[in-house]
Design a protein around this ligand. Structure first.
Ligand SMILES: Nc1ncnc2c1ncn2[C@@H]1O[C@H](COP(=O)(O)OP(=O)(O)OP(=O)(O)O)[C@@H](O)[C@H]1O
Ligand SMILES: [Mg+2]
Length: 231
């Protein structure tokens, strides 16, 4: 479905990602884990067309290299960025509609889908985004992503800064989203939880993939245990 070969990307003259090979099949949850600054967010930005790259990224056999970010969204790849980036002066519903503006025909259906996934957003539909708690803002950011009718959802650190309870809610929602047929590429600091819900994962270290395997294989890997799980 998504096929990445020898991808290089960076900022200006500074290279960040080097020769990344990564594939995602339809229906999978795939995690990318790695320490701060390893290049995880950069990878998502390259896939969603926010930054340029060299190498090959194809999506259902179509190259993404020359497509603009909004066209990539229309192809079904939706990026929920790190730090949520919701619109603080807009209400919950207005924020959600911003995610749905490229996909007007399914807006009502997708709104119902979001409210079913996060009933709290339905209760707070007229509250300003900026006055929501951190966890609620994360639900809103994921909900806004769903409004774009994703086939592939790119999630950048959805559990960052959340309490254990909200973390559970967010990981539960990711499972539900995946079960409903959406493929997920998940970038997380919460290595245990994220590998636990993933079919496969990749470990990235200073811009290179150093390890890949099923979620279970990576959870049982000695290097992963030592580096990320404090064991
Ligand atoms: N807009 C930018 N301009 C210049 N350098 C950047 C920019 N964004 C990120 N970088 C650099 O690229 C490298 C990779 O950053 P990236 O955000 O992809 O890491 P990350 O793995 O997502 O880290 P974290 O876990 O802290 O979110 C870092 O060295 C970072 O300083
Ligand atoms: Mg990041």
């Amino acid at each position: 479905m998504l096929d990445i070969k020898k991808l290089n990307a960076g900022y200006g003259e500074m290279p960040v990602l080097r020769a990344i090979d990564l594939t995602i099949a339809q229906g999978e949850v795939v995690s990318v884990v790695g320490s701060n600054g390893a290049g995880k967010s950069t990878l998502l930005k390259a896939i969603s067309g926010i930054i340029k790259f060299t190498g090959m990224v194809t999506w259902n056999n179509e190259s993404l290299s020359s497509l603009k970010a909004h066209t990539i969204v229309q192809r079904g790849i939706v990026h929920v960025p790190e730090g949520r980036k919701i619109f603080p002066e807009m209400t919950v519903v207005e924020n959600l509609m911003m995610g749905g503006f490229l996909c007007k025909k399914d807006q009502q259906k997708n709104l119902e889908r979001v409210f079913e996934l996060f009933p709290k957003l339905a209760q707070r539909r007229t509250q300003l985004g900026g006055t929501m708690s951190g966890g609620e803002q994360q639900m809103l950011a994921i909900g806004r992503g769903i409004m774009g009718n994703p086939k592939l959802l790119l999630l950048d650190e959805p559990s960052l800064g959340l309490s254990p309870l909200f973390t559970e809610v967010v990981f539960g929602a990711i499972r539900t989203i995946n079960t409903s047929g959406v493929t997920v590429l998940l970038v997380e600091q919460n290595v245990y939880q994220s590998l636990n819900i993933s079919h496969r994962g990749y470990v990235i270290e200073t811009g290179r993939i150093v390890l890949t395997g099923t979620g279970e294989e990576l959870l049982n890997n000695q290097d992963v245990k030592k580096a990320f799980l404090g064991m």
